[in-house]
Design a protein around this ligand. Structure first.
Ligand code: SF4
Length: 219
């Protein structure tokens, strides 16, 4: 069991799956750059936060529901959880729904995040969750995701990798991959094309920027 002080934000799972360096820059070095993709995602989530709540006798919709798991050491929020109650009022079924900009992706980044949300909900509600749903803005429809053994194993593996990186405190060096890096919110600060001989200087530059920003905040 993890303590309250030792919980990993759910968002870090999609960051580490996208790129380990991006994870480390955001969650270890505390660098954050907003680009068009992240800005759209943020606005979408803010909109979800003010959505209406639907409630019927045996069905409830909870928007922006705070969740956590002490077994897996996770904390975060679900955009929406649809809860079905048994006649006695106990929770019979819950389905996490995550809202995303763009379209369904080949990579598991969104599915892993959904699975981690389900792990939290299972612990909190003492139920088993078989499926979750992803709603993509450009597709205007929900896609059902089976939370099967393979997806759960991958999610747990990523949680372990996050803890490994956290305890090492080392930011992996940059490796430029066009398809990935060109849509990365940290492209400007990461400078992956300067990787290799220049990578260490880039890391030093980022560290100096972060510590200068921290000093400003302390003043
Ligand atoms: S620019 Fe590329 S290497 Fe750098 S953090 Fe982003 S995805 Fe990773």
């Amino acid at each position: 069991m993890y303590s309250e002080d030792d919980l990993i934000p759910l968002s870090s799972l999609q960051h580490i799956l996208f790129c380990e360096r991006q994870y480390a820059l955001i969650h270890i070095e505390q660098v954050w750059e907003e680009n068009l993709f992240t800005a759209e995602g943020r606005v979408l989530h803010e909109r979800v936060d003010v959505e209406h709540r639907e409630s019927r006798r045996l069905f409830r919709q909870e928007y922006s529901m705070a969740v956590r798991s002490l077994n897996y050491g996770l904390i975060g929020k679900c955009d929406l959880v649809e809860i079905y109650l048994a006649p006695g009022g106990t929770v019979a079924e819950a389905v996490p729904v995550e809202f995303k900009r763009g379209r369904n992706k080949e990579e598991d980044v969104d599915r892993v995040q959904l699975c981690a949300q389900a792990l939290c909900l299972e612990e909190m509600l003492n139920i088993t969750i078989g499926t979750g749903q992803l709603y993509y803005l450009q597709e205007h429809r929900r896609t059902t995701v089976n939370l099967d053994g393979a997806l759960r194993a991958k999610t747990v593996e990523l949680i372990a990798r996050i803890r490994q990186l956290q305890s090492s405190g080392i930011t992996p060096s940059a490796e430029y991959q066009k398809r990935r890096c060109d849509r990365c919110s940290l492209l400007e600060v990461c400078m992956p094309k300067s990787a290799g001989s220049g990578g260490k200087e880039v890391d030093r530059f980022i560290r100096s920027q972060v510590s200068a920003a921290r000093e400003d905040l302390d003043q």
